[in-house]
Design a protein around this ligand. Structure first.
Ligand SMILES: Cc1cc2nc3c(=O)[nH]c(=O)nc-3n(C[C@H](O)[C@H](O)[C@H](O)COP(=O)(O)OP(=O)(O)OC[C@H]3O[C@@H](n4cnc5c(N)ncnc54)[C@H](O)[C@@H]3O)c2cc1C
Length: 519
């Protein structure tokens, strides 16, 4: 193995003790001397020399683009172990579930919208690609309410004031209100989330201290996260003595907003979901899809847009990929970077993976004005800017949030629901509606503890699956973390393989905007 994890190293360096650094230097020296001796043996060079491998990646979301990025980052030796990297994308744009919509002239995130401050791969991508971060500064000033289908069981104060002082006072009062309703359980919830986040940080350790994982189970066990996938969030929170009221209200609201599901999701998916409701959240100015576009542009990738892969066949010592357009591609290594649950790729030979269903989230974007009568209120100003909901099958949506206030009676909203929201219902919820856009997302797995995971290596050869990790949790960052491990796995397993396929690298670096358009 001659590749290195340079990116993670730089993050880890700050923490290393001098003794450890010295030890590492000595190790590096030994490796260097060993390499020199090895290379100076006359017969050795020809036997280890292998032609660069062609890697085909299906999917241009954050998972597929991160695999390409890390393959290039970690294989800077000469000759490079990886030659041509092709990415196939069935749509005419990159980014997958990172996508924007244009509603009456304004652009909003339609899918993955927020990132956690400790999503370090995303933080690094943004720095590396020179993208601009947009802080989610709404947490203090925007109002929030929990709707039970009849009334708001909890509401925060709205600080419409432009003055930071009054905003702070409102925020303080809201904290008191929260504490009054949920008590010390709030701290227990925060400890539960922090503990899971701390364990997740293990995935950013340097490569010297972090193994390459062949299975998701192994990867989760190593970080101490596996047990959280074997029990439901509810079971985990009852164990740490959270009050039933907090679980039934605030926690449920958050899992419904982030995963469209109840507290019966796994403890780990639940912890990730709760972490996504904390402070310091951020997004990429102009759209998160730019991370995928940037990583593709900077990774010497041959991108095939509007090219849907219909079949993947192993033909002795290579894979043949066939597209619905009738094109055929030869690949040494194939990476599936999309959930396999709702797509129709034919694999030869076939393999079995655990059955999984996707949770569908219907995102409905409306320009208009909410109808206070729907919420049994007299004034629209009494409706919170974020309406969350408890589990009640009579409530036809999971959340409604204000995306932008254009004027006093003219707003842009996002509604999440498990079913499509019909026009008749929208006409009851809104008193004014001037534009509507609906998207039905096959959004994330329908979580069910104990989770079972498909392998990272689907056929025991060189067919890899990034999205097997999605059964643990589905976020942009978890996709990047899984992709980084898959890139390391590819490099560690392919170094001994001697393959044909001369590199015909096309360095295509179009402007990121050439790769993307709104949904
Ligand atoms: C409504 C919604 C809200 C979300 N909110 C957040 C959030 O706030 N924060 C967060 O971190 N995450 C969020 N997520 C989850 C996040 O979007 C995903 O976990 C992440 O983007 C998955 O990336 P991926 O690259 O693994 O898969 P995808 O983004 O799904 O990419 C897969 C790509 O493969 C392509 N493809 C599929 N089949 C083929 C084929 N046969 N041939 C060629 N191409 C193919 C698809 O078109 C797609 O572009 C949200 C998701 C949804 C739907």
């Amino acid at each position: 193995m001659d590749w290195r994890c340079s990116e993670s190293e730089s993050m880890e360096k700050k923490k290393e003790e001098p003794l450890k650094t010295l030890q590492m230097k000595m190790n590096a020296m030994i490796v260097f001397i060993f390499t020199l001796l090895f290379l100076s043996t006359p017969s050795s060079s020809s036997s280890v020399q292998s032609d660069p491998q062609t890697v085909c990646i299906i999917g241009s979301g954050i998972g597929g683009s991160s695999v390409a990025h890390f393959l290039r980052q970690y294989s800077d030796q000469s000759p490079p172990p990886i030659g041509l990297i092709r990415i196939f994308e069935r749509r005419g744009r990159v980014g997958g579930r990172m996508a924007t919509i244009s509603l009456a002239g304004d652009t909003f995130e339609a899918g993955a919208s927020i990132l956690h401050p400790k999503n370090y791969h995303a933080v690094n991508f943004v720095k590396f690609l020179n993208l601009t971060v947009k802080q989610d500064d709404e947490d203090d000033s925007s109002s929030f309410g929990i709707w039970d289908g009849h009334k708001f069981v909890f509401k925060t104060l709205d600080s419409n004031s432009k003055f930071p002082f009054f905003q702070k006072i409102a925020s303080l009062l809201n904290s008191f209100r929260m504490f009054f309703r949920y008590g010390f359980s709030l701290f227990k919830m925060s400890n539960f989330v922090e503990s899971a986040v701390d364990k997740f940080l293990n995935y950013y350790k340097s490569c010297e201290s972090r193994p390459v994982f062949e299975s998701v189970d192994e990867m989760l066990k190593w970080a101490g996260l596996y047990n959280l996938t074997t029990r439901t969030l509810q079971e985990e929170l009852v164990d740490v003595r959270l009050s039933p009221l907090l679980i039934q209200e605030l926690v449920t609201v958050i899992t419904r907003i982030n995963y469209g599901q109840s507290v019966s999701i796994s403890g780990f998916a639940g912890a990730v979901s709760l972490a996504g409701s904390g402070g310091g959240l951020w997004a990429v100015e102009g759209g998160n899809w730019q991370m995928a576009a940037g990583l593709i542009n900077t990774s010497d990738v041959e991108l095939h847009l509007n090219e849907e892969i219909a079949s993947i066949s192993y033909l002795g010592d290579y894979y043949e990929l066939n597209s619905t357009n009738g094109n055929s591609y030869t690949c040494d290594i194939t990476v599936v970077a999309t959930p396999l649950d709702e797509i129709n790729i034919r694999f030869t030979p076939a393999f079995l993976i655990p059955n999984r269903q996707l949770q569908h989230t219907h995102a409905t974007f409306v320009r208009g004005f909410l109808n206070p009568a729907y919420f049994d209120l007299h004034s629209a100003s009494a409706i919170p800017e974020l309406v969350g909901t408890v589990e009640n099958s009579d409530i036809p949506f999971t959340s409604i949030s204000v995306l932008k206030q254009h004027s006093k009676n003219d707003m842009s909203y996002k509604i999440f629901s498990r079913e499509t929201v019909a026009d008749a219902l929208l006409n009851r919820i809104f008193s004014v509606r001037t534009a509507t856009i609906r998207i039905n997302w096959g959004a994330y797995p329908h979580y069910k503890a104990p989770e079972r995971f498909a392998p990272f290596i689907l056929d025991g050869r060189h067919l890899y699956y990034v999205n097997s990790f999605e059964n643990a949790a589905s976020t942009m960052e978890t996709s990047a973390v899984a992709a980084e491990n898959v890139a390391r796995l590819i490099l560690s397993r392919s170094s001994s393989q001697v393959k044909s396929s001369s590199s015909n690298l096309k360095s295509s670096s179009p402007d990121a905007h050439d790769l993307y358009s709104d949904l």
